[in-house]
Write a protein that binds this ligand. Structure first.
Ligand code: FAD
Ligand code: SF4
Ligand code: SF4
Length: 467
């Protein structure tokens, strides 16, 4: 075994997986996981831990895997994270824990994420129950949104004995984990649904199809329905568009709508009748994880797909692994290119896109070199579908229907170090506070807010609610 390199992990063949929605990465076997875990040097200063947003005891759980104690590894993980099977799959590990791994100085870092996934999958497949629940304390907390922030906050509070109800706008709980990230990266039945079932086992009630701000307001929850505190984890699901001519033609989608139709409403399956029109030639505008997910989904629906991105490959914000997988599957890249107009036919359907070539100038406020259009370099590409994956922002509904909630100029709710908003008893966390970010950061924020809510309620009402 070459200790400088990660133990290779099995993946579906690119040609085969480009035609199905099954998971790309097949995960480690027990022997492979133990071999990979044995590469961990158990460093005294473990720099990997400092670069994990929730500070998981990485050498601790890896040591248990190396010794074949998979159940113990799952218990170590459970002390820090509610969703290890999810984070092991979708965390940007190369920029977090693995970036600081000492093994990475001379060779490849330890495959921390893949080992986390292994331990979590093993625990689920072997029905290992992690986490204990305290006696009920009679206090009621409402959680708005069932993404990673809401799931974590609800789970932590339920374990502390709170009576928690999640209100979710969509018909299925899970947030971006169910409607955004596709099946081939994060299997829903295998990984996400069991996490939701775990929450229910802890006693958390989930009311779907409830839009807070419309069906019910935060004021009603606090003043009339007897909730002692509210957590807002409603994410940042409002898509942005470029504001160029032609964005109203039929065949222009936001990536969020496109992915929701596929993932949540199963447009890719013949036994569902969700309408989706994906043409033969699709352009996806953007370079983040959302763009890669939309492109790889369109490819699996049979289209010829090109990513159009205004900077170079080096600046692509998507995870390296996702870009690599997209290329392997046959997604094309038109880099240093920006759309300036979407062209339509006489019936109002997309027929092409006018673009302009770009070059990179001085760094902008994000630290990345600013793309500048090259005069006279306009050209047309023939496409019949355009998917805009330019980022998302928080939906203003909740802030506009709740008195006393301060938002910043990006529309994000402002919170203090305990996750409390400017309205007493109302807490928030995840993408609604940070803008579009990551699963692990949303989870971390849900955890902080759960502690903040516990402290707030007990200081205000005592240890138990009046019977
Ligand atoms: P969300 O997951 O957005 O959940 C919010 C929930 O609140 C939703 O279910 C929504 O329906 C509900 N809601 C909204 N408004 C209301 C309301 N008024 N009333 C009731 N319910 C409401 N992160 C990574 O770490 N790695 C990745 O690889 C990655 N890939 C991504 C791919 C895609 C396509 C997308 C869209 C995001 C990706 N992210 C990734 C980002 C990550 O998923 C988010 O940062 C994370 O899900 C945010 O969690 P959250 O709980 O704050 O919000
Ligand atoms: Fe690494 Fe993410 Fe796991 Fe932390 S949660 S150890 S950053 S994969
Ligand atoms: Fe193990 Fe790498 Fe962390 Fe060291 S830095 S403890 S080798 S995972």
């Amino acid at each position: 075994m070459d200790m400088m390199k990660k133990v290779p992990i099995s993946e579906q063949d690119p040609k085969v997986r480009a035609t199905n929605f099954d998971e790309v990465c097949l995960g480690y076997t027990a022997e492979e996981a133990m071999a990979e875990a044995s590469r961990c040097l158990q460093c005294k200063h473990h720099p990997c831990v400092g670069n994990c947003p929730v500070g998981i005891d990485i050498p601790g759980f890896i040591k248990e895997i190396a010794e074949g104690n998979f159940e113990k590894a799952a218990h170590v993980l459970a002390e820090y994270t509610a969703l290890p099977a999810v984070c092991g799959r979708v965390c940007p590990q190369e920029l977090q824990c693995e970036q600081k791994c000492v093994r990475g100085i001379k060779g490849e870092p330890v495959a921390i994420g893949k080992l986390e996934r292994f331990a979590a999958d093993w625990a689920r497949e072997n029905n290992v129950q992690v986490g204990k629940t305290k006696e009920k304390n009679g206090f009621k907390v409402a959680v708005i949104g069932s993404g990673p922030a809401g799931i974590t906050c609800a789970g932590d509070l339920a374990k502390e004995g709170y009576d928690v109800t999640i209100f979710e706008a969509l018909h299925e709980p899970g947030g971006v984990l169910v409607y955004g990230i596709p099946e081939f990266r994060l299997p829903k039945d295998k990984v996400v649904k069991p996490e939701i079932e775990n929450l229910k086992r802890l006693g958390v009630k989930i009311e779907t199809d409830v839009i807070v701000g419309r069906t019910v307001t935060i004021d009603t929850l606090l003043n009339k329905e007897g909730f002692h505190a509210v957590f807002i984890g409603s994410g940042a699901g409002l898509p942005m568009f470029m504001g160029i001519p032609g964005e109203n033609y039929n065949g222009v989608f936001s990536a969020n709508e496109f992915l929701t139709r596929n993932n949540l409403m199963k447009a890719y399956r013949d036994d569902y009748d969700t309408p989706i029109k994906v043409g033969k030639k699709v352009a996806v505008v953007g370079g983040g994880n959302v763009a890669m997910d939309a492109a790889r989904t369109a490819l699996r629906l049979g289209a010829d797909v090109t990513i159009v991105y205004r900077r170079t490959e080096k600046e692509l914000p998507a995870r390296v692994e996702e870009v690599h997988h997209a290329k392997e599957e046959g997604v094309k890249f038109e880099l240093l290119t920006n759309p300036i107009e979407i062209l339509g036919d006489e019936k109002g359907w997309v027929r092409g896109m006018r673009c302009i070539r770009m070059e990179l100038g001085e760094p902008d406020s994000s630290g990345r070199r600013r793309p500048i259009p090259i005069e006279g370099s306009e050209f047309e590409i023939e496409v019949d579908t355009v998917i805009m994956a330019l980022g998302t922002s928080p939906n203003p509904l909740i802030a506009s229907t709740t008195a006393g909630l301060e938002v910043n100029k990006r529309g994000c709710i402002v919170v203090d170090e305990n996750g409390q908003t400017t309205r007493e008893g109302v807490f928030a966390g995840g993408d609604i506070v940070t803008g579009a970010a990551t699963v692990i950061l949303a989870m971390g924020a849900g955890k902080v807010a759960a502690q903040g809510i516990d402290k707030y309620i007990k200081e205000k009402y005592g240890q138990k609610a009046d019977a």
